[in-house]
Design a protein around this ligand. Structure first.
Ligand code: SAM
Length: 298
């Protein structure tokens, strides 16, 4: 990752964050991924990346004590913030009491009907983006829910673990490229916004973080006949990273179909001795279509 992506942290802890935590005697819950961001520059970078204005809505996941929420409220027309921890709800209501364009929703984002929430909260706006410092223990399930439910989103700008961000943005040919890269890039154009040191959170996590911007495509990156089959084929090709595609796919289509795989892969222009990590999205799509046409499982 280039030096240019590094953000120089504003090391001072905003007094407000510490004051709020002290005032309410708030105790962090590690199990909920509670690492609060205390750097104003980074909060502003996250909000700027989302390209908001008063005609846009922002859906925040996990507002904590509302530091990012307050920045979002200044940039967007409407903000809805979904927080799972009931201890944070009265704090959020207090901190955000003078901010009219914020709605706080108590709930688990993984269980909520987000389509209904977006329709209800952002009526009349010209676009909606998700902007969040995500709880790291559920980053991938949350992002896959946002993408697979095909929500009407413009951008997803999120702080996540650095390694996960690098995997999402990875190109074919490297060890970071895998089924997560394919899934994210099928739906979105990823862009690493900045790398963030662990020192800008309280409490500090053990890992560095990155802000990633996912811009939703109007239609998926490649044509597939059956999305379920496409993603199962991708998973199968990465099942054992050291194995060739032909070997990984044998486990998938069954030993009795093994001889059919060589010609099928070659008809797609794919050398059977290649590894999954070298295949582009176009190649995975061609492979899935060819397997379907050949009546092979997926
Ligand atoms: N946005 C705040 C900030 O940047 O300082 C807090 C971010 S903290 C990394 C993650 C937040 O997500 C916490 O407030 C946590 O309680 C909340 N959270 C964890 N799991 C959640 C879930 N399933 N649904 C909604 N919020 C969740």
């Amino acid at each position: 990752m280039s030096e240019g992506l590094k953000v120089h942290a504003n090391v001072a802890t905003p007094k407000q964050t510490n004051d709020i935590i002290k005032k309410y005697g708030f105790k962090f819950k590690k199990s909920l991924g509670q690492n609060f961001l205390i750097d104003q520059n980074i909060l502003k970078n996250i909000v700027a990346a989302a390209e908001l204005d008063e005609t846009k809505g922002a859906l925040e996941i996990g507002p904590g004590i509302g530091a990012l929420t307050q920045e979002l409220a200044q940039a967007a027309g409407q903000v809805t913030a979904v927080e799972i921890d009931n201890r944070l709800i009265p704090i959020l209501r207090d901190v955000l009491s003078g901010v009219p364009n914020v709605h706080v929703e108590h709930g688990d984002v993984l269980k909520l009907n987000l389509k209904e929430l977006i329709d209800a909260r952002f009526k009349g706006l010209t676009g909606v983006s998700v902007v969040a410092n995500l709880p790291y223990y559920v980053t991938t399930p949350i992002l896959m829910k946002l993408l697979e439910e095909k929500l009407p989103l413009e951008h997803i700008v999120v702080m996540i673990q650095k390694e996960v961000a690098q995997r999402m943005a990875a190109k074919p040919g490297g060890k970071e490229y895998g089924s997560l890269s394919v899934a994210v890039q099928y739906y979105c154009i990823p862009e690493l916004v900045c790398i963030v040191p662990h020192t800008v959170f309280i409490p500090q996590p053990n890992v560095d973080s990155a802000v990633i911007k996912l811009s939703l495509r109007d239609k998926p990156a490649v044509d597939v006949k059956d999305e379920g089959h496409f993603f199962r084929t991708v998973q199968a090709c990465f099942a054992q990273r050291r194995k060739t595609i032909a070997n990984n796919l044998t486990a998938y289509v069954g030993k009795t179909n093994r001889e059919r795989l060589g010609p099928l892969l070659e008809s797609c222009g794919i050398d059977p001795t290649r590894r999954g990590e070298t295949l582009s999205l176009d190649e995975f799509a061609a492979l899935s279509r060819a397997l379907i046409e050949a009546g092979l499982p997926g």
